[in-house]
Design a protein. Structure first.
Length: 687
């Protein structure tokens, strides 16, 4: 929690709009500051020179956007909502990033059986329709809350409001009524992304972006109608909204996504908001005492030329001494700060580690060559508009990320839903390297593990593929280690130093020391397979560089899905084995290499390797080295993600939600046998 000695001005009950005079003064002062700052920034533009992107596998699917009507199939439940595609950046929003397979691509004849299989079993999804960014995640009075960008009217982006769900463990969820709908002039075109701040006395403030009746992006304040309600069902929008409008000189559609607030040493709250000036992505910073009146601070927290609009900025401290999380207001010795921004241009989330100078209101990256937007990403697959929160319950920082679809919109409309939230991850500084974060599935995921199969020291000769009998293979948690034959490592001369996962031939590109890894969601004949693997390049000086990749090129026989290859460099330290954890949950595959130094999330849509036909294999496609692998694979139970019970008894039964299996009600914390049966059946309840 933040320092409780610091005072703040609580919101008066029944707040009336704040005096316009004060507001005008703030606006005028803000304007003067901005003008000064713009002059400074523009004259300085370019001083932070963009440098080479490090293994930035930018599969900029927006490049393939087609301008045409969104020709959803006749099965659309809401045909009047068909609309022309618009550019995501001009809309300032999150339309489906992959329009490659829009109206003009002949659609694969997906059957209902195939589409039903794609729905996940232990990832958060609404019951139907479109979802995008996670919003305002928070732990409040014993419940984890997840709000999210949601279209109640269809499986494509539009009509955005805030969906809401609660959980006791970040895995099993109850859907609640919409938290906020678009019912005011200042958010009528959309209740967009925002963040929660818990005040020292436990009060909750929610700041969010509204798209006004004139499509201007403004910031609004909301708070719980009944702070004693742990479910936070009803929200009040502050009557004086908006509390912030775009500063002069800033585009009406370039000002969005307020962060969680953090305390300054003077006891003020500080927030950052993403924007851009020409092609320079920036974060404005404001101080406030009461979340109603704001002072725009001179300069920016940070900016990087040629990165375009910064969406969903996140700013938080990490400990340099341990993996525990820190409250957003924590500062002082033993702390580094992370800036994350979601690049509207390429739709990837980039972060950098650096030092926050509270007095100067700036943040400086440790290594300007891997600055925000030009260096490291949270994830090298699909992962966008992410947001962290400090979980005071378990003293950790948890990261949520929106995982979009990479199939066609026609298929999304047919299946009636689009997008997932990735498995929530703990995020902490990698104190061994000091140069990257570690992201790892929250420990509660392990509670879904059912039976496991273990394989020890399996030797894989160059060019070999070995089936693994892990049982059913569509809901799995796999932990695998690999060791390369030492003699081969030493005798191999220089090998593929210029390797890049995305421009390589994928798992078919054979080098002396790789690729080797797992094939998941594969069918027996391997006509469909999704390899998740390591590839090692050896430099002239004998140094090794390891890459972690996922190859979607043969993930499906369908023609209307994304088949990019994803991945990046992963640090492997002296004495470490190559290690990966892979979560498979129907159409999502999440890979974590070396304890979470590099991660890759992919959405895959097999046509044959589904249900009982899905298999897992080990493979080694290196030409010059044998690989020894040991691994453990767990079957994963389904999570219970369902509407909050109407039933009063259940509502008050606390932590033991019930679920329905073929009409009968059972406690979910039942015995393993029950769980296993459920595993086979429960997910069907959602289809
Ligand atoms: N999604 C929201 C915006 C945000 C974008 C709109 C990022 O607030 O910038 O749905 O995906």
């Amino acid at each position: 929690m933040a320092d409780s000695n610091v005072s703040y001005n609580p919101l008066p009950d029944g707040e009336r709009p704040r005096p316009t005079r004060r507001r005008s003064i703030v606006l005028v002062l803000s304007g003067l500051l901005v003008v000064g700052f713009l002059v400074a920034l523009l004259s300085d533009n370019g001083s932070i020179a963009p440098t080479n992107v490090i293994d930035n596998d930018n599969n900029n699917v927006n490049d393939n956007a087609q301008n045409g009507l969104n020709d959803v199939s006749s099965s659309s439940k809401d045909p009047e909502r068909l609309r022309p595609f618009t550019s995501a950046s001009s809309a300032g929003v999150s339309e489906k990033s992959n329009r490659r397979f829009g109206a003009r691509t002949a659609s694969y004849p997906w059957t209902n059986n195939m589409l039903s299989w794609q729905r996940t079993a232990f990832h958060f999804q609404p019951q139907k329709n479109w979802m995008n960014d996670p919003n305002g995640p928070v732990f409040y009075k014993g419940w984890y809350h997840l709000f999210y960008q949601y279209n109640p009217n269809g499986a494509i982006w539009g009509d955005i409001v805030w969906g809401h769900a609660v959980s006791k463990d970040l895995i099993h969820w109850y859907h609640l009524p919409l938290a906020m709908v678009a019912d005011q002039w200042y958010d009528i075109m959309g209740v967009w992304t925002g963040s929660a701040t818990i005040l020292p006395d436990g009060k909750l403030m929610m700041l969010y972006t509204g798209s006004t009746n004139e499509s201007v992006q403004v910031q609004n304040l909301a708070y719980p109608a009944d702070p004693s309600d742990p479910l936070l069902i009803k929200w009040v929008k502050y009557p004086g909204n908006p509390v912030l409008v775009p500063p002069p000189g800033i585009g009406a559609k370039d000002f969005r996504d307020p962060t969680t607030a953090w305390l300054t040493s003077e006891g003020k709250w500080r927030i950052a908001i993403g924007s851009r000036i020409n092609r320079t992505g920036i974060t404005f910073v404001y101080d406030t005492k009461d979340f109603i009146n704001y002072e725009l601070l001179r300069g920016v927290l940070h900016g990087v030329p040629n990165t375009g609009m910064w969406e969903c900025v996140d700013f938080y401290p990490v400990s340099t001494t341990g993996e525990h999380g820190l409250d957003t207001s924590h500062n002082g010795p033993g702390v580094k700060h992370v800036v994350k921004a979601s690049m509207d241009d390429d739709r990837h989330d980039y972060y950098a580690i650096g030092t926050y100078h509270e007095k100067n209101v700036t943040w400086v990256p440790d290594n300007p060559e891997i600055d925000v937007g030009i260096g490291i990403r949270y994830d090298y697959g699909l992962f966008y508009a992410s947001k962290t929160f400090y979980d005071q319950n378990k003293k950790r920082r948890v990261l949520w990320g929106w995982i979009g679809e990479s199939d066609s919109e026609i298929a999304d409309v047919k299946k009636g839903w689009a997008s997932l939230q990735g498995i929530p991850r703990t995020v902490a500084l990698d104190t061994k390297t000091g140069s990257n974060l570690l992201q790892w599935p929250v420990e509660e995921v392990d509670s879904l593990r059912l039976t496991s199969k273990e394989f020890k020291k399996i030797e894989l000769k160059p060019g070999s593929v070995m089936p693994l009998d892990v049982g059913s293979a569509t809901q799995l948690d796999i932990v695998a280690e690999f060791e390369l034959d030492k003699a081969a490592l030493e005798k191999t001369a220089e090998s593929n130093v210029e390797f890049s996962c995305s421009s390589s031939e994928g798992s078919a590109e054979r080098g002396a020391l790789g690729p080797f890894g797992l094939l998941v969601l594969a069918d027996d004949s391997l006509s469909e397979q999704t390899p998740v693997y390591f590839y090692i390049a050896k430099g002239k000086d004998g140094s090794l560089k390891t890459y972690f990749c996922t190859d979607q090129s043969r993930s499906s026989e369908a023609n209307d899905v994304n088949k990019s290859k994803y991945g990046s460099f992963v640090p492997v330290l002296e004495g470490e084995k190559f290690s990966m954890r892979v979560l498979v949950d129907h159409s999502i595959v999440e890979g974590f290499a070396q304890g979470g130094r590099t991660t890759i999330t992919s959405r895959v849509y097999p046509t044959k390797a589904i249900y009982g036909a899905a298999r897992v294999f080990l493979f080694n496609n290196a030409t010059g080295a044998s690989v020894t692998s040991s691994l453990k694979a767990w079957q994963m139970n389904s999570a219970f993600i369902r509407p909050y019970p109407d039933d009063d008894d259940e509502r008050h039964s606390g932590t033991e939600p019930t679920y329905e299996v073929r009409g009968s009600k059972t406690k979910y914390l039942g015995n393993l046998l029950t769980s296993s049966l459920l595993f086979l059946n429960a997910r069907n309840n959602f289809l």
